[in-house]
Design a protein. Structure first.
Length: 318
């Protein structure tokens, strides 16, 4: 009996690493080591320069593989969000000071004003994916490279001229469409040298840090559509595409990253009052462990509900 082949894990590993970087980025802001609003230097800028690529890499992965739109995917996403909302509510009911359920629940509910920008933007991308996929499939390599180049020009114009109606700092659906097409383009380009990939990542990150020190420490340095962050993101992404890794453990762990993203907001507000680096580090690790366990429970519940729904549908169809 032959053993089933394990699928590639390089970009699944990137999902995990990208989430590690995203949570680290949020912890830097929450602990006061980074100040996007005033641009005042707080000491966390150098570390953030290497962490800020996380979100861009997630969307590059989506573009690289392509999002296959299914109603079941939307339902699963909403079920996961509602499950984490329920857990946040229950944790808030404990009265523990560390849990700010009101902030967390407001942040991760994609249908309320002032929620986290990522969720509605990604849901919108999921709905736009069939149109984008059709265009990408019908484009040859030259056309796709031209689209990516033109969108890069528009993106950089919006960044340098602070054109909010287009994409002044990368927190928009335009940014996601741009990265989605760029990810598809990078798939056609194929692997690049690890040296080039590391050089792009390191060079872009150092450039972001230098901008934070001598130009501005806020969005000017770390905007997702800034040339330095885009270069670092593409370099980091291409580094992982060049790896050959196969691991069932990595593939399984990567399924939990969305729950990690939703769940970590429950403690962010409390971190501003924490002066202990050791406690912050322990909470950082705890978020991933707890979210990993929570994801397993949510998956079991969702699969059970799907099974019940299938049985009911089969009986109704008899």
């Amino acid at each position: 009996m032959t053993e089933r082949k394990v699928r590639q894990s390089n970009l699944e590993l990137l999902r995990i690493v990208a989430m590690l970087l995203i949570v680290a980025h949020h912890f830097l802001i929450a602990t006061g080591k980074l100040d996007y609003r005033t641009g005042v230097l707080r000491g966390g800028e150098f570390l953030n320069a290497f962490c800020v690529v996380g979100v861009n890499c997630f969307i590059l992965i989506s573009g690289y593989f392509g999002i296959k739109f299914r109603v079941s995917k939307i339902l699963n996403l909403l079920f996961v969000i509602m499950s984490v909302l329920a857990v946040d509510f229950l944790l808030g009911m404990t009265g523990a000071e560390i849990f700010d359920s009101q902030y967390a629940m407001h942040t991760i509910t994609p249908f309320v004003k002032g929620c986290n920008w990522f969720l509605p933007a990604y849901i919108a991308l999921m709905f736009l994916a069939p149109v984008l996929n059709k265009a990408i499939c019908n484009a040859d390599g030259k056309e796709l490279r031209m689209w990516a180049a033109l969108l890069t020009i528009v993106n950089l114009y919006a960044y340098f001229c602070s054109v909010g109606s287009v994409n002044s700092n990368g927190y928009t659906i335009f940014q996601f469409i741009y990265l989605y097409i760029t990810g598809a383009c990078l798939r056609r380009v194929g692997h690049v040298s690890k040296i080039i990939a590391v050089g792009l990542y390191t060079g872009g990150a150092v450039a972001a840090w230098l901008v934070s020190q001598y130009v501005g420490a806020g969005y000017k340095a770390f905007a997702y559509n800034s040339p330095q962050v885009l270069a670092a993101s593409v370099g980091f992404f291409m580094l992982f595409t060049s790896l050959d890794i196969r691991s069932r453990l990595v593939n399984r762990a990567a399924r939990a990253v969305f729950v990690v993203f939703l769940f970590h907001y429950i403690i962010l507000k409390w971190l501003k009052n924490c002066d202990s680096t050791l406690i912050v580090a322990a909470l950082y690790v705890s978020v991933f462990v707890a979210a990993g366990l929570l994801n397993e429970i949510i998956s079991l519940l969702y699969n059970a509900l799907c099974s019940v729904a299938a049985r009911v549908r089969n009986r109704l169809c008899r």
